[in-house]
Design a protein around this ligand. Sequence first.
Ligand SMILES: *[C@@H]1O[C@H](CO)[C@@H](O)[C@H](O)[C@H]1NC(C)=O
Ligand SMILES: *[C@@H]1O[C@H](CO)[C@@H](O)[C@H](O)[C@H]1NC(C)=O
Ligand SMILES: *[C@@H]1O[C@H](CO)[C@@H](O)[C@H](O)[C@H]1NC(C)=O
Ligand SMILES: *[C@@H]1O[C@H](CO)[C@@H](O)[C@H](O)[C@H]1NC(C)=O
Ligand SMILES: *[C@@H]1O[C@H](CO)[C@@H](O)[C@H](O)[C@H]1NC(C)=O
Ligand SMILES: *[C@@H]1O[C@H](CO)[C@@H](O)[C@H](O)[C@H]1NC(C)=O
Length: 468
Amino acid sequence: MLSLRNFTIFFGLLVVFHNVAGADFDPLHHSGAASPYFDAPAAAGVPLELPDGCVVDQAAWFVRHGSRYPEPGSFTGWEALFSKFQNATYIARGPLSFIPSWNLPVDNEPHQPLFLSSTGAGEAFALGVELRKRYGLTKGGDNITVWTAGQQRVVDTATYFARGYLSAGNYLDDPSSNRGTLVVLVDSATNTTFADSLTPSSSCPAYGVFGGNGSTTSDAFRATFRPAIADRLNKFLDGLVLDANDIGVMQDLCGFGFEVSGEHRFCDAFTENEWLDYEYAHDLNYYYGSGPGNPLSATVGHPWVKAISDIFAVGPGNAIQNGTLIPPPLIMGFTHDNNVPPLISALGLWNSSKSFPLPITKLESNRQFRSSNLVSFLGNVALERMTCDQVFVRVLANNAVIPIPECQSGPGASCPLEMFTEYVNGERKRASGDFVERCGLEGVEGAVSNVMFLTTVGDGDSVLVGLD
Ligand SMILES: *[C@@H]1O[C@H](CO)[C@@H](O)[C@H](O)[C@H]1NC(C)=O
Ligand SMILES: *[C@@H]1O[C@H](CO)[C@@H](O)[C@H](O)[C@H]1NC(C)=O
Ligand SMILES: *[C@@H]1O[C@H](CO)[C@@H](O)[C@H](O)[C@H]1NC(C)=O
Ligand SMILES: *[C@@H]1O[C@H](CO)[C@@H](O)[C@H](O)[C@H]1NC(C)=O
Ligand SMILES: *[C@@H]1O[C@H](CO)[C@@H](O)[C@H](O)[C@H]1NC(C)=O
Ligand SMILES: *[C@@H]1O[C@H](CO)[C@@H](O)[C@H](O)[C@H]1NC(C)=O
């Protein structure tokens, strides 16, 4: 896989070798949370195609918002780099020869940073199209309800998803058909909806205490590789010196520059190993911040997994005990990056001896936990209820099947439904604990440990998505 193209540049007596990443290596698939959406490679050799004789009759997707402009704080870093490139008098060669003419890909600052980009809108629309065709769970004219956290970029993602899903036929003169409803839930508010949320980590006080390890571990790892990259690239510059911080911004500008404006030149400036180090820093950030390395991760992920397990147990078209709403066959929840890894923890995935705990000082190339394959833009964890000769459940992340280590006796390494229910309510419940108790919320008024909004009418504000 590793192929290096060597460029030799003669400058006086100095000979510099510049090894760019090989043609079969895509930095956009190794940019962690800055990666535009892509399907993850098949894990454990299990194909995405359904096993013969099986159909999905119900599915639940938990999805990060689509590609977006930078957060305002990161944008400040882009601006500082741009000023540095513009204000110096220097000569740039080889992979950096483009930087004097490079422009910021943000041209309407009050309205772009923080919000969805057109790439993000396209990703969400495409997912709507894909899931309608793939599952065939909705017949012409049927409405769809989706759930979303309330921040604008998440609501926009849910809206574009619904538009893609509903874009079939002409129902303009039939307003009771083919309509989408968004149920908008409070986003990341402290101590409001607790576990009954698409952003439950914000209502778990103990979670934040351990979540601090994400940035400390990833920053420490970044400090081990960025200076050497700066040294390598500074050989292509006369009159300008890049520092470790500039390298961080430039690597971020691969994923972000590409999804915002199609810019690929930052992607081309770094070697394959430099991308793998960059990706591993993202992995440490998510593993110790919101994934299995945070001991409260499974606790905040369990309520969604438990709610879906209860819904799958009764099957499509049926209400769960005490439920006042019959959930749709396709259940969609839209949220933020940090709320996706807790589902992996709650399901007990990507936690083999090679992955636990993820080494902090040295890249573990055999790890299962890869942020690019989970929290890319539109990154997701899906559960599918699969009916064959009997009923099974399988788990996907970014469209790659992830077998549950303790339960994979079904077709395509799936888990028989009754065993899945037992696993979620037994072993995984014990590992996850009770939300109120573990989060330190006992005695707090209104604190709840379950997701109820999928099966209870009245939670959240409804917004209608029409196509007229
Ligand atoms: C160059 O530096 C000056 C003074 O610090 C600043 O006002 C100006 O905006 C910079 N130019 C660019 C293009 O950033
Ligand atoms: C579909 O949604 C529309 C708009 O909310 C509503 O008027 C209509 O009753 C719904 N149709 C069905 C079949 O639920
Ligand atoms: C949230 O609740 C916890 C536990 O009662 C409390 O310690 C914390 O101060 C509350 N936070 C806010 C912002 O109200
Ligand atoms: C994470 O933080 C906790 C609490 O501060 C600490 O006890 C633990 O050792 C840290 N773990 C790592 C891997 O840094
Ligand atoms: C359903 O409601 C009944 C009566 O309030 C209660 O005893 C039971 O525990 C509830 N079941 C569930 C699964 O919440
Ligand atoms: C991951 O595995 C370790 C070691 O077996 C265990 O201590 C930890 O609780 C597991 N994490 C999760 C989220 O299940």
